[in-house]
Every structure is written in C-alpha cells, then in structure tokens.
Design a protein around this ligand. Sequence first.
Ligand code: OAD
Ligand code: ZN
Length: 373
Amino acid sequence: MALKELIKQAIYSNLTTKDKTVKGKGCTNDNHQRLSAGVEDKEMDNLRKWFSDKLALGLGNKDLMEKPKVLRTLDLDGIVDYIKSGNVQNIITMAGAGISTSAGIPDFRSPTSGLYSKLCGFDLPYPEAIFEIEYFRKHPEPFFAMAKELYPKTFEPTPCHYFLRLLNKKGLLLRHYTQNVDALERVAGIPAEKLVEAHGTLHTSRCINPECRKEYDRKWMTEKILSDVVPRCEQCKAVVKPDAVFFGEPLPERFRLVEEDFPNCDLLIILGTSLVVQPFASLVDRVPPRCPRLLINFEEAGNEDPVMVVLGFSCGLQFHGADNFRDVAWLGDCDEGCFLFAEKLGWKDELNSLIENGCESEDSVETGATEST
Ligand code: OAD
Ligand code: ZN
C-alpha cells in the first residue's frame, strides 16, 4: 500500500476511534468544527505545504490544484445544470434520520427533539449505550422501553423519500445508502436492489442466541413492544432484537457494494445526517475526486478533517475552502430542499403525483435525465 494511503488511514482511523466517543455529548463533528474555526486558511496552507515538502506526499496533484470546472456555480442551480447536462448517470444518495423527522420519527442528535436528548429517564451510562450490543445483551429493557415510547403511529414516507424514488424512476439512482432503520425507503417504493440499509432495519428481528437466530416479523415485534414486554424467542427464550445494527456489530453484507458503487458515482447527494458515525460518514471520501457532492441538511455536516487538511489530503466535505470546486451545501429542511430541487429540474408535477399515489404506483424506469427535463 502506498505511503500516502497508509498515513491517511493511520491518522484517520485514530481520529475516528477517538472521536467515536459518540458517548456523552461530544461528537466527531463538534470537535472538527471547533478545530477548523481556530485555524486560519493561510496558516493551513503553509502547514500543508510544509508537510507536503517534508513528507514528499506528492500533493501537487495538478489536476485538482487547477480547480476543475465541474459545476457552473457552487449551489443547487449548479447541481441542477450538471444533471441537466446529461452527463450524470450514476447518482448515489446517502441519508440519515433527518429525512424521516417529518414522518414523526425523531433523529438522534438534534438538541431538544433528538432521541439522545430524551433518554434521561432510562438510567443509561451515556445515551448511545442504548444502541450498544454489549449493553443490550445485559440490559435490553431500556431499548424496548424507548422503542415503545417513540414507536411511530404511522409509517408514512416523506416527500424526500419520494424524491429519491423519483431519481430512480428517472434511471439516475445507482444506489441509496441509508443509516435509517425505519424501512421508509422500502415503503416509498425504492426497489430492494437499489437500497443498502447500512445500519440494518426494524422490518425484521432475530433471536440473539447464536445457536438459534430464529427470525420474527415486524408485526410480531410491534405487538411485544407495545405490550411492554421484552421480546423472548419462542424457541429458546433468548431476547429477540430488531435487525438494526448496534454499535459493536458488523455492518450488513450489502455494505460491500460500496467498493463497486462509489468509484462509479458522478453525483453524491447526502441528506439529513450529521455524518458522525463511521464507517458511513467517510463514504463521502469514496467518490472520485471530481465528483460533485451536495448536502441537503439543516446544518453543515461532514466538514473536512483539519488534521488531514494539514497533511494535504481531502477528507470530508469542503464547503468554504478556496479550493472548493465541487461541494455544495443547501441548508434547510430536507422536504423543502427536495421540492425545490424537483422544481428546478422540471420534475415538480411528477414528484407531487408520486406523493399523492404513495406506494401504490409502479415505476417504469425512464432513461436519461435530459428526456424529462
Ligand atoms: P443525527 O441525529 O445524528 O443527524 C440528523 C441530522 O439531520 C442533523 O444534522 C439534523 O440537523 C438534520 N435534520 C433533522 N431533521 C431534518 C429535516 N427535517 N431537514 C433537514 N435536516 C434535518 O442522525 P444520523 O446522522 O442519521 O446509529 O445518525 C447516524 C447514526 O447515529 C444512526 O444511524 C444511529 C445513531 O447512533 C446507530 O444507532 C447504530
Ligand atoms: Zn432463539
């Protein structure tokens, strides 16, 4: 492996391990933001050059230094023009809890409405313990109590989910990677082969006894959750856990699709996530170096990692740097962002009709963005 790659991995994995103290209130993103705010651009540039010279890292990637003109403007209009140009065939979307909040499902880290702010009554050592597999094995009760309290009344996809489906209908969606376990993408009609549910799903559940692993459906689990009992396996009496991936568990097999999808991506759209949980967060670095990246979120997320910047590597999203030629942040509500996006693309009526018809209508995939714009 090249030295450059080794250094990158070593530094980055240290940081994420340390910062994976999503325990307590501190989180990766906060740390990054605090650091970047304290270092002036010029000093950063000097440091970067110094490291580049000392380590002979070959930062002089001339292509990138010349700021390729992939987007006419660094805003939503620039992204829309890029799509309309007809050169975009493979869009990857990455999502988090923010795309489901308008369906009544809380996100995790929003200060007053987020799930982690509502867990004081559960006597947890720190909020994220509720999703740690080791803690769950010993104390499953808080998870199920929380699940009951926050159980959504309905599972209705949001306009944002339907926008994702529309991208697929247009033949533009290479894959949708989601951290959400609510399965609303499935309900919205995005086909299973287009989905990677990176943190699993609540759609199915399984006995945690490795010798048994009996599967249960959502209806079975819902009844248990709503009747205040810790679900026990009918075969072996071990606890039954939803197939959501807990901290300390491996990601699903399908996550391997990252390897073949991301090198082929020509537009990355990130929606409703704070981008603090690894390895999902660092997927933004897996697209080709010229691939535009659009974030639709209330707040900026996934900002560049300042340590890596000092070393001259691009790590994370770079909205403000003078070198930015491809990252766009549209800050606001995901649904509003998707409506605006659809309108600018000339897809407004189609989006509205998908929302109106819900999951009933079948899509026949159109090909080529230009045909329908
Ligand atoms: P977070 O709660 O960390 O982040 C949600 C992001 O969406 C925040 O930046 C919010 O500001 C933003 N947001 C919320 N509602 C929005 C809306 N209507 N429009 C626009 N933005 C909105 O949730 P995730 O990033 O999904 O993992 O969290 C990642 C992982 O952390 C989860 O999958 C879960 C959690 O611990 C596990 O439990 C394993
Ligand atoms: Zn069992």
